[in-house]
Write a protein that binds this ligand. Structure first.
Ligand SMILES: NC(=O)c1ccc[n+]([C@@H]2O[C@H](COP(=O)([O-])OP(=O)(O)OC[C@H]3O[C@@H](n4cnc5c(N)ncnc54)[C@H](O)[C@@H]3O)[C@@H](O)[C@H]2O)c1
Length: 250
């Protein structure tokens, strides 16, 4: 039902974790996926694995906080696969990680890294792909946000603020671009256990705080992203879709 055959999808930060699964699911629905990551070896490994399964993928390594690198990547994807139809702004954890710290003790250097990837990175990626989407009169932009951005989170104030900004950008772009056939939405995640996180007692304890009594899986995110990327979601724009196991309900 949610086939996206023939579309070109760029997923940022897709060399591992949630992004790698989004790339796989979009490829399984018929898209050619451009697997972006700051770490070229990760992007190549994911693209190789997908191509090995007979799907269509290419590695698109670049630092999405560097506009000239983004422009070069988008041009390279266009020459190898065609212009980007679907952009998934997934990269959002800076290489330095996200530290749980009371705001009063937090390091402004950490705020900058978090804002650079989640706000400027998302804005640059959107601006880089939009001319081709506008020319085609079709496009999908999906930004991976966080429940922390909707409801706030102690000891993660910088991250929550940056994630809220990504969702806000989608609302504004939805209003600007709706008449051009381009939808812009965000997906607000609860805790998603990625293969890289593995299992731990702390995560098991955390899961008990969810109505669903389990934490999220990358496939839970992929289900929402594939729908938003498809033709069927053409009348959904400017929205923040929670995928959070019911952890927050407003
Ligand atoms: N895992 C969760 O519980 C959770 C919860 C809420 C929101 N999110 C969001 O989901 C997204 C993916 O999270 P994850 O847990 O899979 O992350 P992850 O850290 O496992 O993977 C992210 C990938 O992004 C790449 N990356 C980092 N900086 C980059 C840059 N400047 N340019 C290009 N690539 C870059 C990394 O190399 C890494 O491979 C993020 O936006 C995160 O904020 C995750």
């Amino acid at each position: 039902m949610f086939a996206i055959d023939g579309k070109v999808a760029l997923i940022t930060g897709a060399g591992q974790g949630i992004g790698a699964r989004l790339a796989a699911r979009l490829a399984e629905q018929g898209a050619t996926v451009a697997v972006n990551d700051l770490r070229p070896e990760r992007a190549r490994a994911v693209a190789d694995e997908l191509n090995g399964r007979g799907l269509s993928a290419l590695a698109a390594p670049a630092d999405i906080t560097d506009r000239s690198a983004i422009d070069a990547m988008v041009a390279d994807i266009a020459s190898r696969a065609g212009a980007v139809d679907i952009l998934v702004n997934n990269a959002g954890i800076p290489a330095s990680g996200v530290r749980l710290t009371p705001f009063v003790e937090s390091d402004p250097g950490d705020w900058e890294a978090t804002v650079r990837i989640n706000v400027f990175g998302v804005m640059h990626c959107c601006q880089a792909v939009l001319p081709a989407m506008l020319a085609k009169g079709w496009g999908r932009i999906i930004t991976i946000s966080s429940d922390s951005g909707r409801t706030g989170e102690a000891r993660m104030a910088d991250y929550a603020a940056a994630k809220a900004a990504g969702a806000s950008l989608m609302r504004s772009l939805a209003k600007e671009l709706g008449a051009s056939g381009i939808t812009c939405n965000s997906v607000a995640l609860g805790t998603i256990v990625t293969p890289e996180m593995g299992a731990s007692e702390a995560l098991e304890k955390h899961a008990r705080r969810y109505p669903t009594r389990r934490l999220g899986r990358p496939d839970d995110v992929a289900a929402a992203v594939v729908w938003l990327a498809s033709e069927h979601a053409g009348w959904t724009t400017g929205q923040t879709i929670p995928v959070n196991g019911g952890y927050t309900t407003v």
